[in-house]
Design a protein around this ligand. Sequence first.
Ligand code: UD1
Length: 413
Amino acid sequence: MRGSGPLSGQVVVPGAKNSVLKLMATTILCDGAFELTNVPDIVDVSIMGDLLAAIGVEMSRPAPGELVLFNTGEIIPVAPYELVERIRASINVLGPLLTRCGEVRLSMPGGDDFGARPIDMHIAGLEAMGAEFKFSHGYLEARADRLHGAEITFDFPSVGATENLMTAAVLADGITVIDNAAREPEITDLCEFLVAMGARIDGIGTSTLTITGVDRSDLSPVSHRTVPDRIQAATYLAACSVAGGELDVVGARADHMTMLLDRFGDMGLQIDAADDGVHVVADGRPRSIDVATLPYPGIATDYKPLIITMLSVADGVGIVTENLYPGRFRYVEELQRHGADVRTSGHHAVIRGVPRLSGAPVRAHDIRAGAAMVVAGLAAEGETRISGVHHIDRGYDDLVGRLSAVGAVIERC
Ligand code: UD1
């Protein structure tokens, strides 16, 4: 790719990876054919499809952006290493398998390479609901004749733990209360999917979820439209910020990105919510700001590589504080290869903006870092070659095609 801009035109944002993978895993709960629409065409969906096929849910793609998941009723509660190690979201089969089958054997999950990602909260919550766990040879095994309701208070609003406990509680005996639950838009999407299936959940969108267990016969398969991907939407806003220009980001939900859009406004982007998305205008260099990542409704950690890239070419000095994953600064050394002035210390990064980056060979270390490399390439004079782009494919639906359609000079080789 080459430094580009100004960008102009329309970009359509597909459904969220971090929602669709969880919706897919949840189809384990009841037999029959589910339909999902607004599904992103990303590699992680295929991997989750392969994992579900091994478990007993068959996936087909009747049309672009659509999935049919057919739960055969013959569920095998085993998630093998070869599939689980490829995506973090594979941990989301734990709750549905355990609550449906009373047992599960799961290889410990993999995913992005940005530090330890423990699952102690998932396990403690399921134990409070009556499960017993054993660990051996890289597998965890859990058993529970029937899970029962429990009152669970999280130390931290973990997205994955909230999802696993919520799906497990749907078929548990009695009432489960999850306090300090995560409330990301993708969690709300999952709640709405479950409620449409026949689950009983109160407190949707808040940090206290109350789930009243039902019988499997009370659930039925549904059709559901996946919530739009706020991280992909933010990527196009960041691209516009560093390259300049004007974009319609169609499908973006401004109400799911309120705090981010405020901060992007502070950086000088003019953003207006429209009926079908957001309209953004970028005129001149971004301004520096200080940002800290926090659980929703705070600034998501997944936005951070994009924000640091924007700050690399902003006017002034910005400080970014990571509160979720301390190790999530690996892409900084790649930005430095572009000439960015970024220093990290523990949870903090200090970014002194420079007027322009320079093209360089760089590597994508994970999905979001890879997207940030693409944004950096737009702001860099000369040619940038990005390797490791298979990471980007895990979470982005035709990033290259979407950006080149609005004027970026980028191609895949
Ligand atoms: C999800 C998203 C990921 C996003 C993250 C935070 C998916 C597939 N991934 O990941 O893109 O960056 O939310 O918004 O949806 N923790 C524990 N013990 C646990 C669980 C979590 O200590 O049992 C810690 C984690 O190490 C991390 C923090 O809690 O420091 C957040 O994790 P969590 O919210 O669970 O993120 P994921 O669901 O893994």
